[in-house]
Design a protein around this ligand. Sequence first.
Ligand code: 13P
Length: 304
Amino acid sequence: MLVAEIFQRARALGVAIPAFNIPYLPMLEAVVQAVVAQDSFALVEVARPEWIKFEAGGPAAVAAEFARWRSPDHVRLHLDHIPVIDEDGQRVDYLPIFQEALDLGYESVMVDGSRLPLEENIRATRQVVDLAHARNTPVEAELGAVLGHEAGEPPPYEVLFASGRGFTAVDEARRFVQETQCDWLSVAIGNIHGAIAVGRKDQKKVQARLNLEHLDRLAQATQIPLVLHGGSGIQQAYVLDAMRHGIVKINVGTEIRQPYEVAMKASGSVAQAQQAVYERTAWVLRDFLGIHGLRARLAAPASL
Ligand code: 13P
């Protein structure tokens, strides 16, 4: 089954598919084993910051590691955040990265033009859509400001949430989806990324909330699967509600990265760090999202 079809099924079931980030290659085996043990389904994903600021190596290294633990009924490979302008304000030569990932067999990709003005975001996203759709590959895009990856301290969370500053605008989202033909849209509705900057990446994440009325308006306006970035640390009740209101993919990074780093620091043992990732991933699937056994539900024709 193609990833696009899996997403359609998840949407019909009212569940979200988690996408686990891989900043350190040994995390990949642990994530896959946890997904298989829970008989669930997830994406494994790598974002550009994870090979620039961490130790993922690059799209080829992650694809090679993924091939070692291949289990297509349970996991697929996604290319996360390829920014047009990165978290440090630098322009990125993004098209060759997509070309490389598509050649490597990534089954879905994300272009992040969210730091650009609307027109330029539309243009850049459309370029990637043209490239990826020619290979039958779905494209995720981003509109609005999911803050947190930048080096500076973000504004106080409650101020952001109350003001709705940076939230994805409903009219822009409608137009953006029509003009870009993107398949999935990452939205800003109170979610925030875990910090990745040196000196801040070990901080405990704020327990974010979500504006579910705003999510409803975005789902209505766009009619495509919506994506929740910054999935770590959001209060559970909001995440479970969001799944019933249009969120079909939820990105989880900090939640499994920090246990890996803590265990590595304490023990120096990759095996112990992998065990920490395995346990946290299983917890996300079973206890937080409640999607153990999801593989069978996605496969069953009756679930459509
Ligand atoms: P967290 O690290 O906050 O879970 O965010 C991950 C993410 O959205 C990657 O794209």
